[in-house]
Write a protein that binds this ligand. Structure first.
Ligand code: AMP
Ligand code: MG
Length: 411
């Protein structure tokens, strides 16, 4: 078997990155909804809008440690002419003051403690001076007074529901549940969340030269870094990974390995999709399976293939670890998660070369708010997987001079 040479293969070739992403997404199933404890919802996709079941704050409360008083009593307070108030009690977080604050009175209050009735303002502890009194000794038990060095401020009162009110829709279906969003869901009053089930991704690496981590390496062999890296990235992306291990370069071994993918929603493979004689993943899909596209107008990562095997969608990543990382970042992950590629604009510290008919994703290093060329851009430079922290996107036919604004994907 060999790579198709016909000028008109029966499937699209050289698709754009965006087309590749859309074609992969189109082959994935709609994921059912399940309910999980909120502590297990990290990385999942919210399946329904989420309402606040309670208000936050749940009562009008203090934003600071200090005293709560009536603002009107304290308007003239300054360091030169402090205002003296009588302390009539204390409001602690979880233990409110039961009484009422009258004219000339205040209560000691702490962050998150309910504002007592009558009070409408807070003076922080840093702006208070204790009363100097002849009687003020360890045995003194008379009324306590405090001096305010500035007026108490209503701005340091957090009104009930000022953050969100019960009944308000705060999070929308489709959101990916990051750690802060999981925390917010708890604050909204939810102990369980409706989420999409995890996408089941079978993962297979290929190559006669590829060996298990830790085995003695013969010249010409390479450790199976892709399988571990891709599995980790799939896990980070909220997918369930079905590990198919590694298969040598033969059609029969590949078919036998793929047969273990039962129950998967999609199969992700590494290696064997390029132009070589022994790139059997490519042949398997082209000659005995189905092909949606072969090759993407990008570098690195150009040889990627999308197809199907017995009804199972198959995405074939190039074996080169740099290529597979880049294709995963800009095509596979966004398609699997439904989350767009997150890019930002930065100023280029160095030039970046453009390619006539490919989008380039050059490895870069962000430093002092600018992005510079990482250095060697060959897709065999594995140390860049650690040292580079960005992909600089140079559109087809483009080119970047130092000082230009460029689109950057964080790695
Ligand atoms: P291929 O895409 O199969 O032609 O492989 C391209 C390059 O990537 C070759 O240098 C392979 O040795 C290397 N390679 C392939 N698979 C892996 C893997 N799983 N881990 C690390 N390197 C790999
Ligand atoms: Mg190979």
């Amino acid at each position: 078997m060999s790579a198709p040479t016909s000028a008109n293969p029966p499937f699209p070739m050289h698709v754009s990155v965006a087309e590749a992403r859309e074609m992969l997404a189109a082959l994935l199933p709609e994921l059912e909804t399940e309910t999980v404890p909120v502590a297990q919802a990290l990385g999942r996709t919210l399946a329904a809008d989420l309402e606040a079941l309670v208000s936050h704050p749940s009562a009008t409360e203090s934003a600071l440690d200090g005293i709560a008083a009536r603002e009107a009593d304290t308007l003239t307070a300054s360091a030169e002419a402090p205002v003296r108030l009588k302390i009539v009690g204390e409001s602690r977080a979880g233990m409110p003051f039961g009484g009422r604050v009258g004219a000339g009175e205040c209560v000691r209050i702490y962050t998150g403690a309910p504002l007592p009735e009558g009070a409408d303002a807070i003076c922080p502890v840093e702006q208070l001076a204790d009363e100097e009194s002849a009687d003020d000794g360890p045995e003194y038990v008379g009324p306590e007074y405090v001096h305010l060095l500035r007026p108490a401020s209503p701005a340091d009162v957090r009104p009930e529901g000022g953050d969100f009110r019960a009944g308000e829709t705060v999070m929308r279906a489709g959101l990916r549940l990051s750690a802060p969003r999981v925390a917010l869901a708890v604050a909204l009053g939810h102990a369980k969340l409706p989420v999409r089930r995890k996408l089941r991704v079978a993962l297979l690496s290929t190559g006669d030269e590829v060996i298990e981590p830790g085995l003695p390496l013969q010249a010409g062999q390479v450790y199976d870094s892709n399988r571990v890296g891709l599995s980790a990235m799939l896990g980070e992306s909220g997918c369930e990974v079905i590990e198919l291990g590694h298969a040598p370069d033969s059609p029969a071994s590949l078919q036998a390995a793929i047969a273990g993918a039962g129950g998967a929603d999609v199969l992700l493979t590494s290696g064997g999709v390029s132009m070589g004689k022994y790139d059997f993943m490519r042949d398997l899909l082209i000659e005995r399976g189905r092909v949606s596209f072969w090759k993407v107008r990008m570098r690195p990562g150009g040889p990627a293939i999308l197809g199907g095997w017995n009804g199972l969608p198959v995405f074939g990543l190039p074996g080169n670890p740099v290529s597979s990382l880049v294709v995963f970042h800009v095509i596979v992950r966004p398609a699997l998660t439904g989350q767009p590629v997150q890019s930002l604009k930065l100023r280029a510290a160095t030039p970046f070369r453009g390619l006539k008919d490919k989008t380039a994703f050059w490895r870069g290093v962000i430093k002092d708010g600018e992005v510079g060329d990482y250095g060697p851009q060959g897709s065999g430079i594995l140390r860049s997987l650690s040292d580079a922290n960005a992909l600089v996107i140079v559109p087809e036919g483009g080119g970047v001079q130092a000082g230009d604004a460029v689109d950057v994907v964080l790695l």
